[in-house]
Write a protein that binds this ligand. Sequence first.
Ligand code: ATP
Ligand code: MG
Ligand code: MG
Ligand code: MG
Length: 432
Amino acid sequence: MKWVYIEDLKQYIGQEVELRGWVWNKRSSGKIHFLQFRDGTGFIQVVVEQSSVDPQTFEISDRIKMESSVIVRGVVREDSRSPYGVEVHAKEIIPVQIPTEPYPISKKDHGIDFLMEHRHLWLRSRRQFHILRVRDAVLTAIRNFYKERKFVQIDTPIFTGSIGETAGNLFEVDYFDYGKVYLSQTGQLYLEAACLAFGKVYNLGPTFRAEKSKTRRHLIEFWMHEAEVAYYEHEDNLRLQEELVSYIVKYVLENASEHLIAIGRDISKLEKVTVPFERITYDEAIKILQKHGSNIQWGDDFGGDEETIIASQFEKPVFVTHYPRKCKAFYMQPDPSRPEVVLCGDLLAPEGYGEIIGGSQRIHDYDLLVERLKEFNLPVEKYQWYLDLRKWGSVPHSGFGLGVERTVAWICGLEHIREAIPFARTLYRVYP
Ligand code: ATP
Ligand code: MG
Ligand code: MG
Ligand code: MG
């Protein structure tokens, strides 16, 4: 008999098939059992009628508990109430494992700590299934976007001796005789080297920040996608970002909208995310904030609250550009007409999700970069390789980093970023 997946069941209406999966719930009315069945690609109902199966199969289905693993053989029938349009009428059920203990996640109202403690099992829930399928679509969209544009994927190291962002939130690791190294906060510096070798490059991988803040937007370990392009200046950089983000949203809408609908996301909000995105300067953002009663002063960096207020003025993501250089990392190119601000842009998502991208044009002048490293108290000798990039073949270049989980949280409309990654690392949690 043919083993098929739920996602393909529609092609087998009227035929007998084999499904391999798990029973996540069961209803029973004496002579008939309704098994809520999943196989990793979807969810359906399996109907076991006493009158149409042999006694042994009915007895097995009687014993089945939540999270039993079973192989089901039966006939696929059309059923308009099922999201897949089908259900399966069992002929035979082969148990693979029937649990002896009750399944821990059995109530509707488990608290978040309990669920996080059982994340290894919580992943099996329908909601998590849909969210992580959207995450998968976002990651696929990113790769497709760059494939279409003929970028080269260059993977950057996790262990690094060079601080990429700020010295404040680094994880230190003992590295044999070398001494202390850090878990990377960003792969940017390495991507800059790569863009001078390959022109247009991107990466996708985990990054680490010892963030002591407990916000609903910060993880300790999160996935970042970064891109870097030689000969790109500030505006080229923003254009690439808005094309990427609108591409991701469109891809998810076209390929994973059933998952968004299943978790109750208002899709009409995402349909508005088309190019171009609006650009406002930091100075304009300050005015918006002051108008809304904030006592923020020029020179202050924005936190989540400020970002939420600014973004609430727009229906689509909005770029805030030209921040004071004191708020930003050492490597950003000053605006030639106003050296106290830098050629950067943060892309703020609507609906309170804050910064999903941070990007900038990078300093390409050797002496200016040395000056900045000193100004930021960074050890110049550890950046010699990075400075070399300004000695040979230096060109204006720009890039950015997009937070994968921030983006997933926004697209899915999640309350908290911890659901946007399979196993979240937060301030107090590294288990499971
Ligand atoms: P924030 O201001 O929100 O702390 P950041 O400016 O420190 O972010 P960047 O260094 O610009 O972050 O990193 C690029 C992107 O990575 C951010 O725009 C955001 O989407 C994501 N990001 C940064 N820190 C985290 C974190 N702790 N957890 C999840 N995503 C993050
Ligand atoms: Mg930060
Ligand atoms: Mg920021
Ligand atoms: Mg940033």
